[in-house]
Design a protein around this ligand. Structure first.
Ligand code: BMA
Length: 742
């Protein structure tokens, strides 16, 4: 096959490169301003000095009007490349439009967009000219759309109905860690795509099984064809060559090509092995001699979610390449508050901090966005598995035909785009919708028929449509809702994943987490202050005055300050009376100590398959549950995770007045011994009374090893104890100190 001389199946032109001079204006107003596309209207208004930075001080309040206006974005006088004009089909491809917009090319109305998570294609053959083209995109406000939509709905919509009817990032409407900025904009690239006969859209591979030095694989070739024609596929998978032929079908289809790899090098999550990636090249050639080639990286790995009845209830853990792996990570919210295209270094900086703290999983939370290809590629490279929610959170959602049709498109496109990354571990229907519907009192006052109609809307979306699409395009597990059962339900500790908000929202002490260990902790968290530099962004003139308007505006959890004080002062009495900078540090110490202890308990328990704390990052200067603040500064919690998430963990548990030393080894493969010595002291006023204990040897013959109990009767009482431990194994020594609180 001579790809050089052959004609290409398709050609593309980018209309959003930095060299394209987009302009924008408020619809109906004459002032035309320059803008940065892709991006969002808030950033463009800041660049033009029309509004202050919405993330600073009290500016959030001052910029609310932006979300209520119509905004018009225009690209004037652009050429269309000649080789595109030669093609039979020419389309305008909008990869991301947030959200409600009317599209005009050369003053001809092409259509509307209504889903920020969908790529829209409009036929422009016969409309696009060789030069002098004008593309106009007119945005209308999302909230006005929502209000209108809700008047048409016959059923109630429990939860946050305004945002729920908008297929737009849900956190733009405000969250308990972020502002309300109902922005709009061109958030991804716009292209002109020309093609004749066939368009080779995407190519992905997945691993079906591994056995005896072979991997059973499946390639997905996603195409659109205008005619039936013989197509030759050739692909090179790291040096192993596969060839096949098929006949294209008219319309949009996937050709699925099973193949077998010999002696594959496997992809492993961080610290379980190397996340090895193959270079793969795939070429299509039609009978008429047109070709297209795609080059990508792919990994070979199997993934399995194991839900099996066991002595505790039903298991919830992941196996990668047949090996069970404890998941260590966090919940990820979007990288930034405002949408746009973010650079590799911005993503990399955050993900390196995850890898640096021994993460092997992130949950992309359902109130945010489906991330960029770049994000998933970096996770592939770093061995960070992804728990991917569909973008639905904490509400009930409509079930009318139009809504479902839009969600179907959204799910098909994103499942195809994301699933073939080896980092992908699971698709999950939504965040807390099921828990909210059954536990948050949303059924009160509704008629039995409304409840059953809303039930059936829920089932249609999360138990039929979404699992159907995941199952059709991939072999990844699907989980309808995180968590499976709400807190308070007995099953929530024994079956499924769990969001344990007894800590924080229900005001329970950290000590409950000594025994409340679910099968998989997919959320739990504790707020703390961010760095001083972030406080200065919240309230530039009075960063340490907790009563300043700026500071108060950046705490979005109504009970946030009170609860932080309550938890901090339990361990550091009167901490809140200290100067703010000192108090801030103590909130971080409290978060670090409490959260890390709970994580160590979860890692020590045979019940638990993983832990993802709430939340990794911030979208703005925030008082929140994050371990890294909006400036990328690690809180004490994130620093301490480096110890608590380390592959080899030395920790303890206390049961019936006995101390047990616990040794956890995530990388366990062969039996060995670990020698531990230590001392425990009662810290009582100036007098410290302690017992030392001589070396004990724990035979390590599994991931979790526990010593014989050491009796602690002498140390009973209401005093704090300091436990110092040293473990020596394979010539490595680990030393740790713990404060054990009464
Ligand atoms: C979790 C998340 C978010 C929220 C957090 C803290 O359940 O799903 O909805 O920000 O609680 O309240």
């Amino acid at each position: 096959m001579n790809t050089l001389s052959a004609q290409s199946l398709s050609v593309k032109q980018n209309l959003t490169s930095p060299f394209m001079s987009w302009v924008f204006n408020e619809e109906g107003k004459t002032e035309i301003m320059s803008c940065a596309v892709p991006g969002n209207v808030h950033r463009d208004l800041v660049l033009n000095k029309k509004i202050p930075d919405p993330l600073i001080g009290t500016n959030e309040t001052a910029v609310q009007w932006v979300g209520e206006k119509n905004w018009e974005y225009t690209l004037n006088d652009f050429v269309c490349e000649p080789n595109i004009l030669l093609q039979d089909k020419i389309e305008l491809r909008l990869n991301g439009i947030d959200t409600y917009a009317k599209i005009f090319l050369n003053d001809i109305f092409l259509g509307e967009t209504n889903n920020a998570f969908v790529q829209f294609d409009f036929n422009v053959k016969g409309i696009i000219l060789p030069k002098g083209n004008k593309l106009r995109i007119i945005f209308s406000p999302a909230e006005a759309y929502a209000k209108q939509k809700l008047t048409e709905r016959l059923l109630p919509l429990p939860g946050d109905s305004i945002r729920a009817v908008c297929r737009k990032p849900q956190y733009h409407f405000g969250w308990d860690w972020g502002p309300k900025l109902v922005t709009c904009g061109i958030t991804k690239n716009i292209e002109i795509v020309g093609h004749t006969d066939m368009l080779f859209e995407t190519f992905g591979v997945e691993t079906l099984s591994l056995n005896e030095g072979k991997a059973q694989m499946r390639a997905h070739i996603h195409y659109r064809a205008d005619k039936e024609e013989k197509v030759a596929v050739a692909f090179n998978f790291g040096g192993q060559i596969f060839k096949e032929e098929f006949v294209s079908r008219k319309g949009e289809h996937d050709f699925i090509l099973p193949f077998e790899l010999n002696e594959p090098k496997l992809w492993w999550p961080n610290e379980a092995g190397t996340p090895f990636m193959y270079l793969v090249q795939c070429t299509l050639q039609t009978a008429s001699g047109k070709t297209n080639t795609r080059v990508m990286k792919a990994g070979v790995r199997t993934i399995e979610l194991v839900n099996q009845p066991d002595e505790f209830g039903e298991s919830f853990f992941f196996k990668v390449n047949g090996k069970s792996i404890f998941m260590k990570g966090a919940n990820y919210i979007p990288l930034r508050m405002l949408p746009g295209v973010y650079s590799e270094s911005e993503y990399r900086t955050l993900l390196e901090k995850c890898r640096g703290a021994h993460f092997n999983m992130l949950r992309v939370w359902g109130g945010g966005i489906y991330e960029s290809d770049l994000f998933y590629s970096l996770c592939d490279e770093m061995g960070i598995l992804i728990w991917q929610d569909f973008m639905f959170a904490c509400s009930m959602y409509p079930g009318d035909a139009k809504f479902l049709e839009s969600v179907q498109k959204e799910a098909e496109q994103n499942v195809r785009r994301i699933s073939y990354h080896p980092c992908m571990a699971i698709w999950c229907g939504n965040n807390e919708n099921a828990e909210a519907w059954s536990n948050w009192g949303w059924k009160t006052g509704l008629s039995a028929s409304s409840v059953s109609a809303i039930d059936s809307e829920y089932n249609q979306l999360f138990n039929q449509l979404l699992p159907g699409i995941v199952g059709h395009f991939s072999n990844l597990p699907y989980w309808p809702s995180s968590p499976q059962f709400g807190r308070g339900n007995k099953e929530s500790m024994d079956v499924g994943d769990s969001h344990y908000w007894g800590l924080w929202h229900d005001e329970q002490p950290f000590s409950v987490l000594e025994t409340k260990v679910p099968r998989f902790m997919s959320e739990f968290g504790m707020q703390s202050f961010p760095s001083e530099d972030v406080l200065k962004l919240m309230s530039p003139l009075a960063p340490f005055d907790l009563n300043s308007e700026g500071i108060k505006l950046h705490q979005k959890n109504a009970r946030g300050f009170g609860l932080m004080k309550q938890y901090t002062e339990l361990w550091y009495p009167e901490a809140s009376k200290l100067p703010t900078q000192e108090y801030a540090k103590l909130t971080q110490e409290m978060q670090a100590e409490g959260m890390c202890r709970a994580i160590e308990v979860q890692r020590s328990s045979p019940r638990c398959g993983g832990t993802l704390y709430w939340q990794l990052n911030d979208v703005w200067p925030s008082f929140s549950w994050s371990s890294i603040d909006v400036l990328g500064i690690e809180k004490a919690f994130h620093k301490k995770l480096k110890e608590s998430y380390a592959p080899q963990l030395l920790t303890y548990k206390i049961e019936n007045d006995s101390l047990f030393i616990v040794w956890v080894d995530d990388q366990y493969s062969n039996s060995y011994y670990v020698n531990i010595s230590g001392e425990i002291k009662q810290l009582q006023k100036k007098r410290a009374r302690g017992i030392g204990f001589d070396q004990i040897t724990i035979p390590v013959n599994g991931k979790i090893s526990i010593s014989e109990g050491i009796s602690l009767r002498e140390l009973k009482g209401k005093y704090e104890r300091m436990l110092s431990l040293e473990a020596v194994y394979r010539n490595i020594s680990i030393q740790r100190k713990f404060i054990i609180r009464p």
